[in-house]
Design a protein around this ligand. Structure first.
Ligand code: TZP
Ligand code: MG
Length: 204
């Protein structure tokens, strides 16, 4: 599965609840999202594993990979395509060893210092952000702006996806900053029509 980061949907249990998480994801895929990440900071594994399995089954044949945020056990038990971890979510080497060589493994990066100590050989992509302040992530790092994003993207040895307060109007500035795509929660999940919201993102 070639990794297309162009429009990367991150789910949020509350923001996706209006239409149901699965229906929201499927609508967003019809609208053109290229990756789906299941992100739920609170649900126990016993709840997330069956949900991830249902999402994986629903995405079958779409070519859209399912990536699990933070929870290695959920990624392993559900047959998801990969895992996304943050700077405090454990070791990249351990995650890669557990997942095997074929799985997609992504890491969130906020600073040049983090880029400098990257285990790039074990990773497939980086999430760079937040570009803007966002209520969708508590205690996020200082926003990068497009300038900070451009600096990190230029220094990244891996494909990058920008995240944090991004909307359809930001596709072009994100591209100009050198990132390979945008990751969004609220611009798709928090809208009355997630399919139309996804479709509103200009595609190359
Ligand atoms: N990581 C950095 S910002 C963010 C995450 C998970 C939340 C992005 O959500 P939104 O609603 O697209 O700003
Ligand atoms: Mg995390």
């Amino acid at each position: 599965m070639r990794l297309d980061l162009s429009l990367y949907l991150v789910t949020d249990p509350e923001l996706c609840a209006a239409h149901g998480l699965e229906a929201t994801v499927l609508a967003a895929v019809r609208g053109g999202v290229s990756v789906v990440q299941l992100r739920d900071k609170h649900a126990p594994d016993a709840e997330l594993i069956p949900l991830a399995r249902r999402l994986k089954a629903a995405l079958a044949g779409s070519g859209v990979p399912l990536i699990i945020n933070d929870r290695l056990e959920v990624a392993l038990a559900s047959g998801a395509d990969g895992l996304h971890i943050g700077q405090d979510d454990g070791e990249v080497a351990e995650a890669r060893a557990a997942l095997g060589p074929e799985a997609i493994l992504g890491l969130s990066v906020q600073t040049r210092a983090q880029l400098a100590r990257l285990e790039a050989g074990r990773l497939d992509y980086l999430g760079l952000g937040p570009v803007f302040a966002t209520p969708s992530k508590r205690d996020h790092a200082e926003p990068l702006g497009f300038e900070g994003l451009a600096e990190l993207a230029a220094a990244s040895p891996l494909p990058t996806v920008a995240i944090g307060g991004l909307k359809a109007e930001h596709v072009e500035p994100v591209r100009q900053a050198g990132a390979d795509g945008l990751a969004v929660i609220s611009a798709i999940c928090g809208t009355p029509d997630p399919e139309a919201a996804a479709r509103a993102f200009p595609r190359r």
